[in-house]
Design a protein around this ligand. Structure first.
Ligand code: SF4
Ligand code: SF4
Length: 277
C-alpha cells in the first residue's frame, strides 16, 4: 500500500476498469517474503466508519483513539479534515502490525481490505462514468500471480468490503457534495464540527446529551435511545447534523419554539436566540 497512489488521470489511462465478474490472480499469506511489507510507511486515510470500528475493537474512547493512532490532515488543497493512520515515527510501521500480521484484522480499515485493489470515483457519476475498481501492481507486493483466480465480486465479499462501503456512503456523499465546488472555506468552528461529527464520535455523543442540543432539535424518543449506545446510529445522525450545519440542508428539524425565537430575532435585532452548536 504505497502512498505513491496513481493520479486520477493515470488511473484512467493505465489501469483497466474491472467489473464484478473480472478475475485476477492474487494471494496474500504469511509464507510470502513480502508478508506485512505493505503495512510499513503507508498513508492510510481512515473513513469515519474505519475509526468507529477500530476504536470499538480496541475498547477506546474515540478521542483517545484519535490522539494515539491518527494524524489530522488539513491543508490548502484539502477542504475538509481527514485523518490518517499514524505510522510509528521511528520504524514507520503501522501501530497494529506484528510479525504475526495485522493485530486488528477483523476491523482493519477499508483501504487495507481493498489492497491490492483500488477504486476510482468520479466527482459526479453519470451512466457513462461510474466508480470502478482496478488492480494496483506494486513491486513490494509479491502476491500477484500466486494462488487461484478470483473475481472482483468474490474478492470484495471475502474481504468484507460491502459493509464498509455501505457505511461509508453517507460520508462519501458529503465529501463529493457540490458545496466544495463553490470555493467556500470552512470556518475554524466548522472544521471542528466536521472533525467531531465524522471522527470523534464519543465526543459528539456527549455534545448531544450534555449540551442544549436536544432542546434545539426535534429527535424522536426511539432515536434518542439508540444514540445513547449505538455507534452506527450515532454516526448516521452526526452526518445529518453536519449537512444541516454546513450545507444548510433540512436534514434536521429545529423545534418550533427555536424557529419562532429566530424569526422574532430577525424582526427585532438585538434579541438573543439559541444556537444549534
Ligand atoms: S491496519 Fe492492519 S492491514 Fe492495515 S496497515 Fe495496519 S497492520 Fe496492515
Ligand atoms: S502479498 Fe501483498 S498484500 Fe499480502 S503481505 Fe505481501 S505485500 Fe502485503
Amino acid at each position: 500500500m504505497s502512498d505513491q497512489n496513481p493520479t486520477a488521470k493515470s488511473i484512467l489511462q493505465d489501469f483497466p476498469r474491472m467489473t464484478s465478474g473480472d478475475q485476477f490472480v492474487f494471494r496474500c499469506g504469511r509464507d510470502l517474503d513480502c508478508f506485512t511489507t505493505c503495512c510499513h510507511d503507508v498513508s492510510i486515510v481512515l473513513t469515519p466508519y474505519d475509526v468507529l470500528r477500530l476504536k470499538k475493537a480496541l475498547g477506546l474512547d474515540s478521542s483517545e483513539f484519535l490522539e494515539r493512532y491518527t494524524l489530522p490532515l488539513l491543508n490548502a488543497e484539502q477542504k475538509f479534515p481527514l485523518v490518517i493512520l499514524r505510522m510509528d515515527p521511528e520504524t514507520k510501521k503501522c501501530p497494529f502490525v506484528s510479525e504475526r500480521g495485522c493485530g486488528v484484522y477483523g476491523d482493519r480499515p477499508w483501504a487495507c481490505r481493498m489492497y491490492p485493489l483500488g477504486v476510482a470515483t468520479p466527482k459526479q457519476a453519470t451512466p457513462a462514468d461510474q466508480p470502478f475498481h482496478f488492480v494496483l501492481r506494486e513491486d513490494l507486493c509479491h502476491g500477484h500471480g500466486c494462488g487461484g483466480a478470483r473475481s472482483l465480486g468474490e474478492w470484495l465479499s471475502e474481504q468484507g468490503v460491502e459493509e464498509y462501503e455501505m457505511m461509508a456512503a453517507p460520508f462519501q456523499e458529503i465529501t463529493l457534495h457540490e458545496f466544495w465546488e463553490r470555493g467556500t472555506a470552512l470556518t475554524p468552528e466548522q472544521v471542528a464540527m466536521f472533525y467531531m461529527a465524522c471522527y470523534d464520535l464519543d465526543r459528539f455523543r456527549r455534545f448531544v446529551f450534555e449540551s442544549r442540543f436536544l432542546q434545539l432539535f426535534e429527535v424522536d424518543e426511539a432515536r434518542i435511545e439508540a444514540l445513547r449506545s449505538d455507534d452506527e446510529e450515532l454516526l448516521e445522525f452526526a452526518l445529518l447534523w453536519l449537512r444541516f450545519c454546513i450545507f444548510g440542508e433540512k436534514s434536521m428539524k429545529m423545534r418550533g419554539a427555536v424557529v419562532e425565537a429566530r424569526r422574532q430575532a430577525a424582526a427585532e435585532p438585538g434579541t438573543v436566540v439559541p444556537q444549534e452548536s
